[in-house]
Design a binder for this molecule. Structure first.
Ligand SMILES: O=C(CO)[C@@H](O)[C@H](O)COP(=O)(O)O
Ligand SMILES: [Fe+2]
Length: 223
């Protein structure tokens, strides 16, 4: 059976109480902390960087999954590795040299992944599968939390699942954007195993209730 992982995006957490928020969401059952980095250049929003990653690191034992929405990509990678990131993903169109960026992430001791926007073709994966630890399919356009799930992303998840299975490698397939209790099962049936959810979790008073409800949906998945 597939191991499913829930990765709350702290973009929707209360930044004034971030340490407490990450502790609470892990206590509620989160498997991974999803950390959205936006630069007001690659995407039209500005969020958090390595200093904040370093600040939350002692508060949680689970992996920190850094989603870089920045351009250029390379110069910030060592800083995130030093700050305690475990997984670093980036958007291929934001890197001049995708293979080099993947290698840089791995050389810094982190797992590496590529992120695909709703309009980004999947062929960027063709010659780098051997350096990929995660594929992240965006089901919204990047830049903001709280947007609606774009159903077309399900097709891409299916394609990515096929590519992973054919590679025979251990690669996580994450979906990010608009994931809720009522659509997480469809994403899982399409092939995703790791689910980012920001507003669905942090907008509710009881994080455990939402995560439990998501797991109950995932338990119905037949793979
Ligand atoms: O990377 C992004 C947005 O660019 C995401 O990680 C969002 O933060 C997810 O938030 P919800 O769509 O779940 O509210
Ligand atoms: Fe994200």
């Amino acid at each position: 059976m597939t191991t499913f992982r829930i990765a709350p995006s702290i973009l929707s957490a209360d930044f004034a109480r971030l340490g407490e928020e990450v502790r609470n969401v892990v206590a509620a059952g989160a498997d991974i902390i999803h950390f959205d980095v936006m630069d007001n250049h690659y995407v039209p929003n500005l969020t958090i960087g390595p200093l904040v990653c370093h600040a939350i690191r002692p508060h949680v034992q689970v992996p920190i999954d850094v989603h870089l929405m920045v351009k250029p990509v390379d110069r910030i990678i060592p800083d995130f590795a030093k700050a305690g990131a475990n997984i670093i993903t980036f958007h291929p169109e934001a890197s001049e040299h995708i293979d080099r960026t993947l290698q840089l992430i791995r050389d810094s001791g982190c797992k590496a992944g590529l992120v695909f926007n709703p309009g980004t073709p999947m062929h960027y994966l063709d010659y780098v599968m051997d350096k990929i630890d995660m594929i992240l399919i965006m089901s919204v356009n990047p830049g903001f939390g709280g947007q609606s799930f774009i159903a077309e992303a399900l097709k891409k998840i299916t394609i990515a699942r096929r590519m992973i299975d054919e590679s025979g490698r251990d690669i996580l397939l994450e979906v990010d954007g608009g994931i809720k209790v009522d659509n997480i099962r469809a994403a899982a049936e399409a092939g995703a195993d790791t689910f980012v959810a920001g507003s669905a979790i942090f907008s509710q008073p009881d994080y455990k209730e939402v995560i439990d409800a998501m797991r109950a949906e995932l338990a119905k998945v037949g793979r």
